[in-house]
Design a protein. Structure first.
Length: 173
């Protein structure tokens, strides 16, 4: 019997038929594995990052450095999850030269949102496990949540939500 037919198909939580490599703004939420508080603590509305948290922030910022079409907006790392706004931009195509045909140069291929998030999660996990000597430790839940930001008013509401997130964190008993 075919193994794939035995296991249930996971239902995608992405918008059906949408091209996530299109230029636009996206709000993402990524949860720590089993919602464990792995990234630091919140005190008086301020996130105090531990080593893993610092690595995650650095890994998020690397997206903008590694991919010229990525612009990172507001983000917030919480003890057990991450919120961020990521823009995917169209790149201006360089003017064609007669040498293009000879060198085989082409435009940069834009990775869709899922591949960018995958790169972030993989990079941060590898770095945390290397630095903390925890090989194979699972840092993130398998999936992530996204919302396509449709207009400036929604963008402003999401920015405010992200900035206020540490203040909504439950107080210690």
């Amino acid at each position: 019997m075919d193994i794939d037919k035995q296991s249930p198909k996971r239902k995608s939580i992405r918008l059906p038929g949408y091209d996530y490599s299109l230029a636009g703004a996206y709000f993402v939420t990524i949860n720590a594995n089993n919602y464990h508080c792995l990234f630091g603590n919140i005190s008086d509305g301020t996130m105090d990052l531990n080593l893993a948290g610092k690595i995650i922030v650095n890994s998020w910022q690397q997206l903008e450095i590694n991919y010229p079409y990525v612009y990172l907006d507001e983000f917030c790392l919480m003890p057990n999850h991450f919120h961020g706004i990521i823009f995917i931009r169209e790149l201006a195509r360089p003017k064609s030269t007669s040498n293009d045909n000879l060198t085989g140069s082409s435009a940069v291929k834009i990775k869709p949102l899922g591949q960018l998030i995958g790169s972030f999660k993989t990079g941060s996990t590898k770095q945390i496990n290397l630095v903390c000597n925890t090989p194979g430790n699972i840092i993130w839940q398998r999936n992530y949540y996204d919302r396509i930001i449709r207009d400036d008013a929604e963008l402003d509401r999401i920015r405010a939500y992200i900035m206020a997130n540490p203040f909504r964190w439950p107080k210690e008993p």
